[in-house]
Write a protein that binds this ligand. Structure first.
Ligand SMILES: [Zn+2]
Ligand SMILES: [Zn+2]
Length: 109
């Protein structure tokens, strides 16, 4: 298992050119650079990592997509990659919760 920076596709046009436009202490509003659709990612806990997290990827830049852990509220979430294939799950490296990502508040631009 390896960890990769979070990437979120626009729910409207499928672009990966998505920018986080706010701060975690305010809201999780994201905006698509292609079609200006806005949305907020939310997570639900689906499991628990047993064992070590392994090597951490470097810190993402502040405008990279992010979301809050459903359990602890931290924003240290990474995509879980199994044998080179994204598993669709996220890991909170603060509390080791495995999370599923959903998009809410979708507002087409
Ligand atoms: Zn879009
Ligand atoms: Zn957590």
């Amino acid at each position: 298992m390896t960890l990769a920076p979070l990437s979120i596709l626009c729910p409207q046009c499928g672009s990966s050119d998505v920018v986080y436009s706010c701060k975690p202490d305010c809201c999780f509003n994201h905006v698509c650079s292609k079609c200006y659709t806005t949305f907020e990612p939310v997570t639900t806990k689906v499991g628990e990592l047993k064992g070590d997290v392994g090597p951490m990827p470097p810190d993402a830049d502040p405008t990279a997509p992010t979301a809050a852990c459903a359990r602890c509220g931290e924003t240290k979430l990474f995509a879980v990659v199994e044998a080179g294939t994204p598993s669709g799950r996220l890991l909170c490296v603060s509390c080791k919760a495995l999370l599923a990502l959903e998009l809410s508040e979708v507002s087409p631009g």
